[in-house]
Design a binder for this molecule. Sequence first.
Ligand code: ADP
Ligand code: MG
Length: 453
Amino acid sequence: SWGRVCNELLKSVGKSNFTTWIAPLRMTGVEDGIAAFEAPTKFMCDWVSRNFADAILREMRHAGVAVERVDFRVSQLRPIPAREVVRPASSAAPSRPQGPDARSDDELPGAPLDARFTFDSFVVGKPNELAHAAARRVAEGGPVTFNPLFLYGGVGLGKTHLMHAIANELHKRRPEMRVLYLSAEQFMYRFVQALRERQIMDFKGLFRSVDVLMVDDVQFIAGKDSTQEEFFHTFNALVDQGKQIVISADRAPGEIKDLEDRIKSRLQCGLVVDLHPTDYELRLGILQTKTEAYRGQYPGLKIADGVLEFLAHRITTNVRVLEGALTRLFAFASLVGREITLDLAQECLTDILRASERKVTIEEIQRKVAEHYNVRLSDMIGPKRLRTIARPRQVAMYLSKQLTTRSLPEIGRRFGGRDHTTIMHGIRKVEELMTADSQLTEDVEMLRRLLES
Ligand code: ADP
Ligand code: MG
């Protein structure tokens, strides 16, 4: 029954999401594998279908309902509420009518917060310590010291985690504060919807009535002119009122293409901090923390020494991939009932490990090989035929073929415009020599390890 499904949903999406988005739904029936629901507004229908449809499907199936799809419609029974929270910037809250029509302040149309994204679960290291400290400061909810806080960095480095952590912390410490977190995409979506439904004043009122506004992935609004315009006005209105703004993006403000200059300069006014790519220590720290967190879930969990170190060393792309690898490893190990060893990790993570292999360039190879054999880098690509130079050059050709995806003609170009048959010959020569010359084999192996690390 829907009631039972609701109990499960409450657990999986969390209480506040549940109350805001799921509880107002009315299930009207299941027919031909389609579960139909009614929600009070168009916005809710869209929101729930974008953010919670999968969870609803999953829990219904869990409860044994044969369902392929969920469908949301605006409820025919209740009229669409004319307005959401409208509170002009300057009007004091206590003067608002407290009748049954007064809506409570916690109904901000933000994106769902992930309760797991807290400061406690955020591992701090050199690459992110500044961003973390700044986020902590904002989360104290004290007087605004920098505005906005602009966090930027590559995919999966923890921007969204930090923003949720700020919101989660503020909810705890300063429950009276109106904190609104949403992605730039959602900002645009709400804006366009308000235009369409002629509720732009409501939209403005709502966004100007918050104490903290957090907009994630702001690069999304680049090139979207009217959304940028609205964002700019919202931004200014809040800054003027001394309200805190937190913004994230995948690059520095000045580097976002098709973003208006006045917005760029506004975004640079406060504190701009970047999250650097993770280093080995941070990755290991994250893996250890996550492993501890998993212990409850997998009681018999056994991990051989060196596995986490191996992963931290090999998966350098981003934290999301690192987490994904760990999750898969634990699931796999518990499924087959084996200890997590290096072999098991290599077996079950082949694709991830391959995808995150470090990309070695031909220039690096030439440099390392030249260093090793103590010859000049310029001789690597030069014409000299002396054995003492030709041999290292051939080793570099061999390694270029082995460690990069470059074709023979491309490699030839990088070796002073040599013909691809010359490269082919060089590679064959090294292969041939290696069968008899153990010193050469050792050299090549050593160079390979050096280049791959
Ligand atoms: P971004 O928004 O920068 O793309 P996210 O904040 O979504 O990245 O982070 C991706 C995943 O990595 C999330 O599950 C997040 O919890 C995790 N993560 C990133 N950095 C850290 C960290 N320093 N400590 C713990 N988990 C992290
Ligand atoms: Mg993000």
